[in-house]
Design a protein around this ligand. Structure first.
Ligand code: HEM
Length: 384
């Protein structure tokens, strides 16, 4: 009877001789995906292992599919907040949702070298083009046309931000990029702030009355010009309180706006986080902290900004400021955003009355990194 060792040796020999017959093409076709799976499993395991001491949902230490689902459902803010409430701070989860939302952009961000491949045929056909009739490509077309007109030798210099960029030596490509980033970063964010603040005002008659009184008194006494200046608006305490409440309750950026832990790692809330860890923030939770804003933190109540004593007011201001990010990452358009919100609210409210067309469903609102709003229908009448 043959021994077990003998059998095994024969079996290995058989497999090896079969293996020698495998064509290199088959080897690549089968071996490539297997290697990719092994690398992926290893990377996931390593990611889980280095953060195994941080609490978080087990399944979501391995996959970001739950997050992707929540984003598609439009509940990203509630999802992040739920995790923080259940697991505390910080909470661990794998985050690849942005890959799902913006595959091309995220792939290039992760592997910048891919950029040049996306510029070449056939991948270039997948990219937006300035010749597109709609979408991002159309916006690139608009930016290029706008810059070309401003760079014409006979173009009249204007008093605006583009002229300042030209004066400081930005070339054509840089100017186009600046326009695109400002449209992307500055449109839906500011629009959300204005839209949500307006909704809160329409549905909070005492707050609306107090703001209208401040505007009307300002107009009557000459403290509010037409149109109101930014400085005049900043000097209106109730208006500023209203703006802070609007920004706080529906921060235009939902998060998580990841930042990477630097070399050597860092300790956050008593948890050591190794270098390279991506740390995101739960903006909804931060802006509704009861220890900072009081027990009624979920309520739109501008008066809290007028009543707070110095120490609390400072903490509230610093917290609400986080909707614009922090430090070197802070929003570059913050002052412009305040100017737009300041002027728009005063100019709209001094002229018009607003009421909801459908008070039961005032708007359709979904969150996924930013807020996506549809069907905010208002009836607008001129104020008496
Ligand atoms: C209420 C309105 C706005 C909010 C809440 C907001 C918020 C933010 C946030 C959270 C960031 C990212 C910070 C980070 O990475 O951590 C950001 C970045 C940025 N924002 Fe805004 N933003 C607003 C309006 C604007 C406007 C009006 C502009 C320009 C016209 C603008 C231009 C930018 C730019 C250029 C960046 C990128 C900064 C960088 O390169 O790091 N934003 N903003």
């Amino acid at each position: 009877m043959p021994s077990l060792q003998y059998d095994l040796a024969n079996a290995f020999q058989d497999v090896f001789s079969d293996f020698q017959e495998v064509k290199p093409r088959t080897l690549v076709l089968v071996g490539g995906p297997v290697l990719l799976v092994l690398i992926t499993v290893y990377r996931y395991f390593a990611a889980w292992y280095r953060l195994r001491h941080v609490p978080g949902p087990f399944v979501q230490s391995w996959t970001s599919l739950v997050q992707v689902k929540k984003m598609w459902e439009g509940h990203a803010h509630l999802y992040y907040n739920g995790l923080a409430e259940k697991y505390g701070e910080p909470t661990k989860y794998v985050c690849l949702f942005t890959d799902a939302a913006m595959p091309t952009m995220m792939s290039i961000m992760v592997i910048p070298g891919l950029y040049k491949w996306f510029q070449r045929w056939p991948l270039s056909t997948l990219m937006p083009s300035s010749k597109d009739k709609s979408g991002f490509g159309c916006m690139i077309g608009f930016a290029e046309k706008f810059v070309d007109e401003r760079l014409r030798p006979d173009a009249k210099p204007q008093r605006d931000i583009i002229q300042s960029f030209i004066k400081h030596g930005l070339d054509r490509d840089q100017l186009v990029q600046e326009i695109l980033i400002q449209i992307l970063a500055g449109s839906d964010t500011t629009a959300t702030a204005i839209r949500m603040t307006l909704l809160f005002l329409i549905t909070s008659p005492p707050a609306l009355r107090a703001l209208l009184r401040e505007i009307d008194d300002g107009v009557e006494s000459g403290r509010v010009s037409s149109p109101v200046t930014n400085a005049e608006a900043f000097a209106m305490p109730y208006l500023q309180a209203v703006i802070h409440e609007g920004l706080r309750l529906y921060s235009p950026g939902v998060g998580p706006l990841y930042k990477q832990v630097p070399k050597g790692g860092d300790t956050i809330h008593g948890y050591f986080l190794p270098e390279g860890t991506q740390v995101g923030q739960n903006m909804w939770g931060i802006q509704r902290r009861k220890d900072v804003f009081g027990e009624d933190a979920d309520v739109f109540r501008p008066e809290r900004w007028l009543e707070a004593e110095e120490g609390r007011l400072k903490a509230m201001k610093e917290t609400v400021d986080l909707v614009f990010g922090y430090g070197k990452y802070q929003c570059l358009g913050k002052q412009m955003a305040y100017m737009e919100i300041n002027k728009l609210l005063v100019e709209l409210l001094r002229r018009y009355d607003f009421s909801l067309v459908d008070p039961v469903n005032p708007m359709h609102l979904r969150s996924a990194t930013l807020w996506m709003t549809k069907n905010f229908w208002l009836k607008i009448t001129r104020r008496e």
